[in-house]
Design a protein around this ligand. Sequence first.
Ligand code: NOJ
Length: 476
Amino acid sequence: MTREQWLKLTAVFGAGSLLPNTLVAQLLADAEIKRSDFGSDFVWGTATASYQIEGGWNEDGKGESNWDHFVHHTRKVDRHETGDIADDFYHRYEADIALMRQMNIPAFRFSLSWPRIVPTGSGAINQKGIDFYNRVIDSCLQKGIEPWITCYHWDMPQTLEAKGGWRNRDTLKRFEEYVGGCGKSFGDRVKNWMVLNEPLSYTVGGYLVGIHPPGVFGFKSFYKAVHTVTLSQAAGGRMLRDTVSKANIGTTYSCIPIYPWKDKPANIEAAKRVDVIANRLFIEPVLGMGYPVQDLPALKHVERYMQPGDEEQVKFNFDFIGLQNYTRWVIKNFPLLPMVHALNIKPKKLSTDLTEMGWEVYPEGMYRIIKQFAAYKDVKKIVLTESGAAFKDELVNGEINDVRRVKYLQDYLKQVLRAKNEGVNLGGYFIWSFMDNFEWAEGYRPTLGIVGIDYKTQQRTVKASGKWYSNFLSGK
Ligand code: NOJ
């Protein structure tokens, strides 16, 4: 580390805060990538989501969300943990945003809690919910941090979920009203918007395998939900276009590069079918290509829910597509015991380098999936709206020396740069997550933050990865 870099770091963390030796070694090893390699208009940030960090689940007029209901009335979350308090961001947002500032983080991606704004899903707006997000936005802007808002990161008013949630086409209208209201309330100051977060995760999790709310299991509910969600991403985009001047509008997808096991023809075919579900299902309709039925005939069941005019309604011209990649899948054809309806596959893990989520660490997959999405001619720009890893963290003498995460981030970033240098229009990178938080059905066990949380005291500890990111960001 140069003397200059060292001085910058001590300016951020205080002269007394000695960095762990391993981190120093790691930082030195990282001479290969610099912030400036990505260009001056590349956006750097960290990401979070309302239910995962806010807490304040029933405060100031907030309605019950589907997640509140799920954690309180089912036993499907590990150790029966809840997001009732989570990171208490609802009360601590000011200090958390100040910490982001100290860490040189230029952009903050967070989501709005729909039931905090529209408690029962239709009708009355909760002014205190609007006030809260106004405070968060203003706090970001005062500190020179650019807010990036996600309208839907999985928490909907329970009243709507009880009426069928995404299986009910009426939810589309409620969603449009909600998004339009958000645009009108915050669009004067917020220009970067994402309509949905990872539609595949909550349609599969909630309506196919039942590990997320509403906890339903079955293909019919999944197919129905898929179509309402597909309509909603485009309708939300249009609402933002109408209500926010000069908006930069995107939506985000979970994406997983799919590799066939040993390149055998049957495995290549199986991998193609999985790719349809994992990567193509939600983006192709929005681009005007329709559902990829040809490569996965089972999707005819989704088309059954289309009404006249829907082919047009599902299209929207997004300014950017948000990609979120955490791993890859290797697929083997497995006709005798279908693991996934109509897919007949058996996922295989090739590496022993797994995160606490059981996901294989495979940086090259990031490059591959970016290139796959960039190949769509109507994808104008790609932003990596989430990237990160769950590793076991340990607090020793006040420090969390998460060198595996530092290495993970560096290795993934190198692959992002590789794609960028080959001409992909890449606009930014957000680390998931700013701080440890409620990891859905897994509760608080997997930690993905670059800031650690002690849930007994709500004490924040900047991890070595947070220090590394801060140092990286302060570079030229
Ligand atoms: C994607 C989701 O958007 C986020 O909520 C989740 O915590 C991360 N993946 C990690 O699983």
